[in-house]
Design a protein around this ligand. Structure first.
Ligand SMILES: [Zn+2]
Length: 109
């Protein structure tokens, strides 16, 4: 008899996604396996799944959103890494030099 792993993992989870174009994050209940991206409910652009540790900056803070965008493009999803995440755009190069993004894998928070 095959094991049904869905009995051991929650089959749905409320998961944060970020749309860099809108500078918004939203939570969505999604089924396992959790999609890496979803269409943004606001603009339809690709929204990226992030860790529940992600805290969206205020929408008017463009430099903060530029930092978020660069981190996402570098493969980070705001999961725990060695260093604290950079607080400013200026701190980003040092952070990128000293850390490696975790490989993207099923959500484990
Ligand atoms: Zn959007």
């Amino acid at each position: 008899m095959a094991l049904d792993w869905r009995k051991f993992a929650k089959s749905t989870a409320s998961v944060p996604y970020v749309c860099v174009r809108c500078r918004r994050s939203f939570k969505r209940r999604v089924d396992w396996p959790l999609p890496e991206t979803l269409p943004c409910s606001h603009c339809g652009a690709e929204a990226i799944r992030v860790s529940t540790k992600f805290k969206p900056p205020p929408r008017q803070k463009l430099d903060q959103w530029e930092k978020v965008s660069l981190l996402l493009r570098a493969g980070y999803r705001f999961e725990s890494v060695n260093d604290d995440y950079p607080k400013t755009l200026a701190e980003l190069p040092k952070f990128l030099a000293n850390n490696q993004p975790r490989s993207i894998k099923p959500y484990d928070n």
